[in-house]
Ligand binder design. Structure first.
Ligand SMILES: [Zn+2]
Ligand SMILES: [Zn+2]
Length: 385
């Protein structure tokens, strides 16, 4: 199986896992809605019917999650070259905001509770329904948080915490019912406030992490050091600098500059680049893409930037102007915006003939640092005898 096929199949697994987890959310919320509404209607409890409406709103909240997860799995296209994973991040921000609203709602209800003195006596059936609701939501939380970690999905994690916030609110209701039975109604207020703070904190944490990702926060320094160290182990890499990272949902994008020997060939530089890419992707399975820039000298300070040294056509024109001819090959190296030339000749006669012309050229042109005159060597290949 090739590398891309493996990547595709794990992608496939991930999306199936996310879809399955979202499907279970719909089942759990639907079930909670039906049970609460039925029992609420049977025992004529406005509190339970109101709670059923909350489950209905949970069910409705599942829909944008499913939609965003579907959009997020789409392949990169020309409008979204980095893929669509950030739609997942957007959903996480929305869920964080939802949790904050839930926390606020509980807090407001608690304050209202302080000013009301009539408490309905709870029925056994009502009590049982609340226990079932807690079991459903807590069960879903335990399942979904595991799936979220396996799929590395912040969206599923946020949805899991949403389920936990529901189970915690039901715990408050349960405590309220039991406290009324036991004659300590103040207990409900304390429990409600604790739960409101917990849920609010969850919402802030989820939204904050997702917002960091939306504004392109890089990975932490330990992780950056690890990436740079891996790149530095590639033979031929002399220095790693300007390493940058950004997260897209579960994926990591990395770019960096690598400095190599200034005299190696372009193809060797490219080969080092290929090895660096492959090594990074093999070592870390969350890396989606790596962009590397090969340097042959340290990046110049702004103060020492010189005008760009001309390219090959200008060099060739100059050589012709100075009567340097009959060379087989011209190799140009650049160092701090000055050109170093190597001229290869077929024989020593031609080389000697060019010598004086080259000296004259060196005297006149200051962006040419030096010229090396050599004789073309013998190339051996498998077919040479
Ligand atoms: Zn390439
Ligand atoms: Zn650089």
């Amino acid at each position: 199986m090739s590398q891309t096929e493996t990547a595709n199949s794990t992608e496939q697994d991930r999306h199936q896992r996310i879809q399955r987890t979202n499907a279970w959310a719909v089942v759990v919320d639907g079930l909670a809605f039906v049970i609460k509404l039925t029992v609420g209607w049977m025992i004529a409890s406005p509190a339970l019917i109101a709670d059923a409406m909350h489950s209905l709103s949970d069910l409705l909240a599942d829909l944008p999650i499913i939609l965003l997860a579907r959009i997020a799995r789409q392949r990169p296209d020309s409008d979204h070259p980095y893929g669509h994973a950030r739609f997942e991040t957007l959903g996480t921000v929305m869920l964080g905001a939802l949790l904050l609203t839930v926390a606020l709602g509980i807090a407001i209800e608690t304050v209202e509770l302080l000013f009301s003195d009539t408490r309905p006596m709870p029925s056994l059936l009502g009590l049982a329904t609340v226990v079932i609701a807690i079991a459903l939501k807590e069960g879903y939380f335990q399942y979904a948080i595991r799936q979220a970690r396996l799929a590395r999905s912040a969206l599923i994690e946020a949805n899991a915490w949403h389920a936990r916030s529901d189970s915690l609110s039901s715990v408050v209701v349960l405590i309220g019912l039991l406290a009324t039975l036991a004659g300590f109604p103040a207990l409900e207020i304390i429990a409600a406030l604790i739960v409101a703070v917990m849920i609010g904190w969850m919402g802030i944490r989820l939204a904050w992490q997702a917002i960091q990702q939306l504004v392109d926060q890089g990975v932490d320094h330990d992780r950056q050091d690890a990436l740079a160290t891996t790149l530095a182990t590639i033979p031929g890499v002399r220095d790693v600098h300007l390493l940058r990272t950004r997260r897209m949902g579960p994926d990591l994008f990395v770019d960096a500059h690598l400095r190599v020997d200034s005299r190696i060939s372009v193809s060797e530089g490219h080969q080092i680049n290929e090895w660096a890419l492959t090594t990074l992707k093999q070592q870390y399975d969350d890396i989606a893409d790596v962009t590397l820039h090969i340097d042959h000298e340290p990046d110049p300070d702004d103060s020492q930037v010189r005008p760009l040294a001309p390219l090959r056509p200008a060099v060739e024109r100059l050589l012709a102007e100075y009567d340097v001819r009959d060379y087989d090959r011209l190799i140009i190296h650049y160092h701090q915006q000055r050109a170093q030339l190597e001229l290869r000749f077929a024989n020593d006669q031609q080389r000697q003939a060019a010598r004086q012309h080259c000296l004259r050229l060196l005297n006149d042109i200051d962006w040419i640092a030096d010229i090396t005159l050599t004789i073309t060597g013998e190339r051996l290949s498998r077919s040479t005898h």
